[in-house]
Design a protein around this ligand. Sequence first.
Ligand code: SF4
Length: 220
Amino acid sequence: MRGSKLRTDEIHELFARLAELNPKPTTELLHGSAFELLVAVILSAQATDVGVNKATRRLFPVANTPAAILALGEEGLKRYISSIGLYNTKATNVIAMCRQLLELHGGDVPRTREALEALPGVGRKTANVVLNTAFGEPTIAVDTHIFRVSNRTGLAPGKTVREVEDKLHRVVPPEYRLDAHHWLILHGRYTCKARVPDCPRCPIQDICRFPSKTPAAKTR
Ligand code: SF4
């Protein structure tokens, strides 16, 4: 799966091209506040953004604050999210998370990694997404797409998610760090796909070190 490492000038060029194609990238999870984003990210574990959006489009107009979701109760919340995988566990976590936000943070989403990761259902990846997308911190949440793209291209090869995250922090140029997470996710989701990457139409094909690029005839 892995290619060799990219040079600094190649990394600059890679991000310059992704930035040119999509100057203002953002998450595809629908949200209108830090709290809505936090709930959506918790619901998105092992689920698609499209599936989560379908549920939150109905949930958020009814309940989009910790107090309102607590008032729904666990069973009430499940009625909105039952189409999403692992919804039982996610409902338990979201209710416990709302309770903790009210008890410890006055109902607000905390802005520190430590406080975010202490919330039920919130791990490092979720904290990174919220810090980046809600609060503008230059964090990089490594999901399956970023892990794959970082390894295939040679941008930040690593055996574990944490190794890739740490390498990305070292190699991504500062001017691209805030949006790197979204550029890489979208690139992995729509171009550098898991099963058959769309190499013939890839904007960074000449930079990428993946040794098994898809030939044109195999992408259809
Ligand atoms: S050339 Fe292929 S493997 Fe490399 S980044 Fe593009 S789509 Fe992915």
